[in-house]
Design a protein around this ligand. Structure first.
Ligand SMILES: [Cu+2]
Length: 276
């Protein structure tokens, strides 16, 4: 048995394996280049920064991936068993240190570069004059509250939450700021070109607020009010989904972000106020 191996070597296996690696690499390149799973176009400056960072990371890691796979295919083929005696390599400390250092520099460098786009919405408050809207998530819907003409949200009391009376948020009817609050569900209307600050809340379990075009995803946690902000610059309808597996109805938890002109926004608020 050993004598047969000595004669034929591992050429067939080495060629097939190297070929399989090449096919895999070409397939993955085509998959990414065809952009058939590309994200929808971003609608904020911050989302474009995040895309820029994402593409930079993808290019660098993609080039490294292709180079590493091609090196593997080359090694498998060129160091195949030709019947020669195996040789032992002790390794090369210099190469290992250089490789390790390069990996650390690339990882930390990309993390440092990406920090700016990520922190811009999380560690910096919204610009003054932002439109404040409260987003309350619950099994399994999104409820939005606008502060109304006075610009202030009315008091909320969990004891007043009642599906029968339609008071889904538990707004205190005696609270002076609450009488003009506008509550909608299913549609989050915002004016285009203005900074929007959302105050995320949850009534039951951990939910999440995610809009692909904003490149913004944030959990809503019971007991916390978590602010996020963005400035949309393109009119249109965009899906809002919950990205935390929050229960049986999770897959149906959905709303629409409607970015509209200032006039349409004012009309929307008037209509909703009349319907309250
Ligand atoms: Cu949810």
């Amino acid at each position: 048995m050993q004598a047969t191996n000595r004669q034929t070597g591992s050429t067939t296996a080495a060629v097939l394996f190297a070929l399989a690696i090449l096919i895999l690499v070409v397939y993955i390149i085509i998959l990414f280049a065809s952009r058939q799973y590309a994200a929808p176009a971003p609608i904020t400056a911050n989302a474009r920064d995040i895309d820029h960072q994402y593409h930079l990371t993808l290019w660098i890691t993609g080039i490294l991936f292709v180079a590493a796979q091609l090196a593997l295919a080359f090694a498998v083929f060129s160091f195949r068993d030709r019947g020669q005696r195996a040789r032992f390599f002790a390794g090369n400390l210099g190469v290992e240190i250089a490789g390790g250092t390069a990996a650390i520099v690339i990882f930390l460098g990309l993390g440092f570069l990406g920090r700016k786009a990520w922190a811009a919405v999380r560690y910096t408050g919204p610009p003054t004059g932002s439109v404040q809207i409260e987003v309350t998530e619950m099994q399994f819907q999104f409820v939005f509250r606008y502060p109304g003409p006075d610009g202030r949200f009315g008091r909320i009391d969990p004891a007043l939450i009642s599906a029968e009376t339609g008071n889904a948020l538990g707004i205190d009817p005696n609270s002076p700021d609450g009488s003009d609050d506008i509550v909608t569900s299913g549609t989050l209307a915002v004016p285009v070109g203005r900074p929007i600050e959302l105050l995320l809340r949850s009534q039951d379990v951990i939910h999440s607020f995610f809009v692909r075009e904003l490149r913004l995803q944030q959990d809503a946690v019971p007991g916390l009010v978590i602010p996020i902000h963005f400035t949309p610059d393109k009119v249109g309808d965009y899906d809002i989904v919950c990205t935390q597996l929050c229960g049986l109805g999770h897959s149906k938890m959905h709303a629409v972000l409607k970015v509209m002109s200032e006039t349409d926004y004012d009309n929307f608020l008037k209509q909703q106020a009349a319907a309250q």
